[in-house]
Design a protein around this ligand. Structure first.
Ligand code: ASP
Length: 570
């Protein structure tokens, strides 16, 4: 079976596990309250004595198992009376971190002298938040304890896969860019390629935001959110959303971002994985090597070229565990998102996906077919591996090694173009993210009745294009820069809470488009440099073990004798 068929099966299995066995699955009883790290809950050790109240702030994700629920008649803002849970007897473990946080021992005392490792019981005080519509929202919301355990057990498999591919990014990008630049030999050609690449990246991003804004104008997703859902979403996600806004406040300015491209210590850039700095240093280093005497530079280039090939082989080994990794990653996202939130934001989510399809088919389709002169379907087949990895990891930087392989192995693009254009794109080009920000900004403005002038919408195009340069290729990065886009157009940032619930799911789609955009621009750049692109199918890969994604690691390892040993034996 081909590698990508296996990955697709892994994704499907993950989605099924998430839906049926995840914490929010409707097939399992919701018997546990999962408290996020940093969130506060109020407990009573004696349900009849308000003085026994203790407040705990979760120092780590906390699982409170429901044992018994006491209901109470509550009247909502519309004068309607209903029975709602008011106290829930919960059982939880007094963890080591709780013990450490309980510096004066007061909590342990209140819980009957609980020691680390003990299972303790108390009454969880449920909150009844009144929404603007007068209805009551009961918090926290219970989930399935078994579901949470299943997801928690699977999570390390996904993390293992993510770490394995991320492990090769820095050495791979550094070596392949350096070898690529040195191989090109012509500094002017590089300058020209760099300028054009950045320009095209900016243009596709601006086109993406514009498509997002148009889609949101046409569909008007803001009109499809019930008043009750709006208030419930804001109430449930406001604290998480304010965390994102805080992160945005701390992000550097544009000038700082530009200056930050130049590393003051390249070794630190390599060790922290700062991609733009690595690109800059490898670029300058590569140019220096082309100016040096060839006899001297060749040794370095040969060494780094070998390192690069070894890194590529590591990726192929890691791909063997990809089906399991993606299954675990998808099970986690699907299981934790649940379907109910999707229904409240269905039209909004569909608008984003529709916009992404228009961007891919219209903009990338046009560029690939008319400029790179490659059938668009062939291009899509070539991009499939990285799209799947980007989709399941929601990280374009994790997908970077695979994007490089797609360009070189599936489209035959030269290393000198791909190793420069793709790492650059994975950091500065996020078309899917920018499009999503266009839809999100307009959606929030529609829900909060903010009228946007043409000037404000143009501001969104500029802000989202600039934000996509600064955003890192990691899950949820687009949500942080969204806060900046919203502020620039005068839209309230609390709106982030509205869409946070489906963010992780939509992140998968937009990341897949982000990497497709990088690959489309790379194809265009290669063809403007005079390269003829050709699609190499998986069948081609099967036939030739030295290329492509199939069967490259099937060769037997050949031991390498250290030179000294060989001489001694002779
Ligand atoms: N996850 C996206 C990426 O890595 C960024 C984002 O939209 O949050 O490309």
């Amino acid at each position: 079976m081909k590698i990508y068929t296996k990955i697709l099966i892994g994704m499907a299995v993950g989605a099924i596990i998430g839906l049926t066995l995840g914490p929010k699955s409707s097939f399992l009883t919701h018997d546990s309250y999962e408290i996020d790290k940093g969130t506060q809950v109020t407990l009573l050790t004696d349900k009849d004595n308000p003085e026994s109240e203790i407040t705990i702030r979760a120092t780590e994700p906390l699982s409170l198992r429901a044992q018994q629920t006491i209901m109470r008649e509550v009247t909502d803002g519309n004068g309607k009376t209903q029975e709602l849970p008011s106290l829930v007897r919960v059982k939880f473990k007094f963890t080591k971190k709780m013990g450490l946080a309980d510096k004066d021992g007061s909590m342990s005392k209140a819980l009957g002298g609980a020691k680390v490792g003990d299972k303790v019981e108390a009454w969880l005080v449920m909150q009844h938040r009144k929404l603007d519509s007068g209805e009551l929202l009961v918090l926290p919301v219970p989930v399935s304890a078994i579901g949470s355990t299943i997801v928690a057990v699977l999570a390390p498999v996904g993390k293992l896969f993510m770490r394995l591919i991320k492990m090769v990014i820095v050495p791979l990008v550094f070596c392949s860019l350096l070898v690529g630049v040195a191989g090109l030999g012509d500094v002017r050609k590089l300058g020209r390629l760099g300028g054009r690449t950045l320009l095209l990246y900016m243009m596709t991003t601006a086109a993406a935001v514009t498509i997002g804004l148009l889609a949101a104008h046409i569909v008007q997703p803001g009109n499809f959110v019930a008043e009750k859902d709006k208030a419930a979403l804001v109430a449930s996600f406001e604290s998480a959303a304010s965390g994102k806004v805080d992160a945005a406040v701390e992000s550097p300015t544009m000038v700082e971002n530009i200056l930050n491209i130049i590393p003051d210590n390249p070794v630190a850039s390599l060790s922290s994985g700062n991609m733009l700095q690595i690109i800059f240093f490898a670029f300058i280093f590569g140019i220096a090597l082309t100016i040096l005497d060839k006899k001297r530079s060749q040794q370095v280039i040969t060494l780094l070229d070998t390192v690069q090939h070894a890194m590529i082989l590591i990726i192929h080994m890691v791909m063997a565990v990809a089906p399991f990794g993606v299954a675990a990653l998808i099970a986690e996202v699907v299981g934790q998102s649940g379907v109910s939130i999707l229904s409240a934001l269905l039209v909004y989510s569909l608008t984003v996906v529709l916009g992404l399809l228009v961007l891919a088919a219209g903009v990338y389709g046009g560029l690939v077919k008319f400029v790179a002169k490659l059938p668009f379907l062939d291009f899509l087949k070539a991009a499939r591996p990285t799209q799947l990895i980007a989709f399941s990891t929601s990280s374009s930087s994790a997908a970077l090694p695979i994007t490089l392989e797609c360009a070189e192995q599936n489209l035959g693009i030269s290393k000198s173009v791909s190793s420069f254009v793709i790492p650059l794109g994975s950091t500065v080009n996020m078309d899917g993210t920018a499009l999503y920000q266009g839809v999100a900004a307009l959606f929030i403005a529609q829900v909060f009745d903010v009228d946007l002038t043409i000037g404000a919408e143009l501001g969104i195009v500029f802000a989202a294009t600039a934000a996509s340069i600064g955003a890192a290729g990691v899950p949820g990065a687009g949500m942080i820069t969204l806060a900046m886009v919203l502020t620039s157009a005068g839209i309230p940032t609390v709106g982030v809470a509205l869409i946070l619930g489906v963010d992780r799911l939509l992140d998968m789609f937009r990341t897949a488009v982000n990497v497709t955009g990088d690959l489309a621009v790379t194809a265009v750049m290669a063809s403007t440099e005079g390269e003829k692109l050709k699609y190499f199918s998986t069948d081609d890969d099967m036939k030739d073990k030295t290329r492509g994604f199939e069967g490259r690691t099937d060769r037997e390892p050949v031991p390498i004798e250290p030179e000294g040993e060989a001489e001694r034996e002779a």
